[in-house]
Design a protein around this ligand. Structure first.
Ligand SMILES: CSCCC(=O)C(=O)COP(=O)(O)O
Ligand SMILES: [Mg+2]
Length: 227
């Protein structure tokens, strides 16, 4: 079955792990406490704070305790949906103020533009919220790349290491799983996508192999026609 769509991870795949760990996460850790304290009454923020209380089994946590929980989750890189939603809101302020610019590897920019021109539908699947995904590509070092993408998926479609999440995405985009090529730097994500029937390609930017998956070190080496 020919590939019709490409679904890509962000951190470690289109974009440097160091951008996420050394720039985005510290920015969120620095600015999230004040953001939460000041915006706790906003409906979309309050909804996420309630979700933090539920997920941490601390229904009575006050705002200061919720901030503490969130900072702990950032430190352990927990892919918790409410944390990701709040990080996206905080990062929006940074992108808007010109303090953040999304890192995307030049080879990824070039390939995504070419694949889009060649008629492939492009989608993103990241643990970062959909808002955060639109920001990293919309305010990227290569300009606004969002016109290239047909859709975005985050952990509201399920965790990235579970096959059901990829089934959910397949159903949402109405393309057969075998016609979707999933790109990631994490073998458990590639395994889950393969279990759901997707074609897979691993990205190992520093070289090496991602067990049992075709692995490349650059988007320049990905030819969707061979999958
Ligand atoms: C959307 S940029 C921020 C990425 C992020 O928060 C994260 O946890 C990385 O997850 P990924 O699934 O892209 O590896
Ligand atoms: Mg990744």
């Amino acid at each position: 079955m020919p590939i019709k769509a490409i679904l890509t991870d962000i951190e470690g795949t289109t974009s440097a792990v160091s951008f996420v760990f050394d720039v985005l996460f510290p920015y969120a850790a620095k600015h999230l406490p004040a953001f939460v304290r000041e915006q706790a009454g906003r409906a979309d923020v309050a909804e996420q704070l309630a979700a933090v209380r539920r997920e941490s089994n601390e229904p009575d946590a006050d705002v200061e305790r919720v901030v503490e929980i969130l900072l702990g989750w950032i430190a352990e890189d927990r892919k918790a949906t409410p944390l990701k939603a709040l990080q996206g809101m905080v990062w929006e302020q940074g992108y808007q103020a010109g303090q953040l610019q999304g890192h995307v590897y030049p080879d990824a920019v070039e390939a995504l533009k070419r694949w889009h021109q060649d008629g492939f539908q492009l989608f993103v699947y990241s643990s970062g919220s959909i808002q955060a995904q639109r920001l990293i590509f919309g305010c990227s070092v290569a300009g606004d790349l969002t016109p290239l993408f047909s859709g975005y998926f985050d952990t509201t479609s399920g965790p990235k290491r579970e096959a059901q999440s990829y089934v959910n995405i397949t159903q949402a985009i109405h393309i057969k799983a075998g016609q979707i090529l999933f790109l990631s730097d994490i073998v458990e994500e590639l395994d889950a996508a393969r279990t759901a029937g997707m074609a897979t390609c691993g990205l190992a930017r520093e070289g090496g192999e991602l067990a049992a998956h075709i692995t490349v070190d650059s988007f320049a080496r990905i030819d969707p026609a061979i999958f």
